[in-house]
Design a protein around this ligand. Sequence first.
Ligand SMILES: NC(=O)c1ccc[n+]([C@@H]2O[C@H](COP(=O)([O-])OP(=O)(O)OC[C@H]3O[C@@H](n4cnc5c(N)ncnc54)[C@H](OP(=O)(O)O)[C@@H]3O)[C@@H](O)[C@H]2O)c1
Length: 296
Amino acid sequence: MFRVGVIGTGVVGSAVALLLRQKGYEFTGVCSKTGVSAARLAASLGCKFYSDPADVLVDARIVFLTVPDREIDQLAHRLADSEYVNNEHVFFHMSGALPAEVLHPLKEKGSAIGSMHPLQSFASIEKAVENLPNSFFAVQGDAAAAEIAFALAETLSGKPFMLKSEDKALYHLGACIASNYLVALIHFAVGIYRQIGLTEMQATEALMPLIRGTLANIELLGPAKALTGPVARGDINTIEKHLGAIGNLASGQADLYKYLGCYTTQVAVEKGSIDNSIAEKLLCIFREEVNQDVRQ
Ligand SMILES: NC(=O)c1ccc[n+]([C@@H]2O[C@H](COP(=O)([O-])OP(=O)(O)OC[C@H]3O[C@@H](n4cnc5c(N)ncnc54)[C@H](OP(=O)(O)O)[C@@H]3O)[C@@H](O)[C@H]2O)c1
């Protein structure tokens, strides 16, 4: 089994290391910016911690660069300038947005480079240790690095798949919509409930069973078939009631409701629960209202 080093011992770097250690991987050294998280992880892994990232390369063959995305390029250059990089090294970053090629200075020194992005959202090391298994991993990079990434992901009980470099931006966009925009949408709904007197906690608590039920339906049926509600039913009277209440929302929020109404109408057509004539009526209502707002 290859010896492993980690540069960047935050949420993802720490969780990946702890899980691989449980599976028998040997860790030779770790490093972080301030040294605090690296010292903590080194104690758990039983390895050294360093203040200079280049020192991690001395004994490790696989090296994870699990630093914030904005730091990866600079770190790759810094490591490539050190005397320790060789053609035995395999470097990985775990960014969803950046291609493996951001590590090109290390490739120029003969190392293999790759990216392996866990399609998951991690709020803490504990949650990451819990949620990494069963996550999908988007793998991209050299053939040699990709082969090792597949083996690592499978060791983590993950589900690896290959991604083309040119598809990374779209891949990450999809992940942001599914995770970050979902959070923003729920924030939007909670804000509306706060206007009818609920606290943030009460509103979140009240909406959670609905959100969980919806997610379960999506998992079972796929997104289009999981669509319920007034747009899916073509219930124009209810939409008009919403639009009557929309004056209580800030104008950007009202526009968001209407744009999403247009998108949801297309989903309802795909589901087959409304025909094209109802869809046209709904789109007219949503678009006309958007236009009126823009004119104001
Ligand atoms: N969090 C997620 O949900 C998630 C999901 C998928 C992929 N990712 C990817 O995973 C990677 C790491 O993200 P994260 O959430 O784990 O970040 P994080 O919790 O903020 O941890 C970043 C780590 O990098 C260290 N660091 C920062 N600059 C450094 C430098 N110049 N040299 C050495 N160490 C440095 C920090 O040191 P200190 O501890 O000393 O501050 C910290 O240990 C990113 O590429 C991110 O896109 C994250």
